[in-house]
Write a protein of this length. Sequence first.
Lengths: 114, 112
Amino acid sequence: EPEVTQTPSHQVTQMGQEVILRCVPISNHLYFYWYRQILGQKVEFLVSFYNNEISEKSEIFDDQFSVERPDGSNFTLKIRSTKLEDSAMYFCASRRTGIINEQFFGPGTRLTVL
Amino acid sequence: QKEVEQNSGPLSVPEGAIASLNCTYSDRGSQSFFWYRQYSGKSPELIMSIYSNGDKEDGRFTAQLNKASQYVSLLIRDSQPSDSATYLCAVNGGTSYDKVIFGPGTSLSVIP
């Protein structure tokens, strides 16, 4: 069964550094998403991406964040100048086209900002 | 204003019993409703989706939707210890179709 994959599984960085989190969505999916989950808290929507542009973003997704689909398979989340409060699990998700918004999640990247 | 609410639990049920999980949402225009299961330290796993009022059954799981009451529930029949996890209610549609809002989750513990 096809799966969303994410790398790395764990990223440790120093405050102020830039990180790039990588995702490979399910191959026939065309909608891509990033979510985050701070330890002990709920899953929070960050951004949705379709047809090489952002279709929706939350108030969390400010200028510090950007997303990109650099090639036909990868989908990335860049966090510039990381802050301590960016420490969280970051999940990538994807879905097919159509009105059914069933999203399938990758295993996540645990980001630790020191 | 909270958008998706769930009882945080923990909810404990004996093995073989029915577990009942509840969720309410605030956006009346919401169109799609999902239940995800999340084991500790893992990612959310989609287990049920429901779009119309009424019941939808899939194996031991039944999702129920009542749009007038803005209420979604998940029943797990014949609960197994492997069902012990946090169950996340998620809702989208309304003003933001592509944005899925998650509830805080209900922790379920199935006691052997």
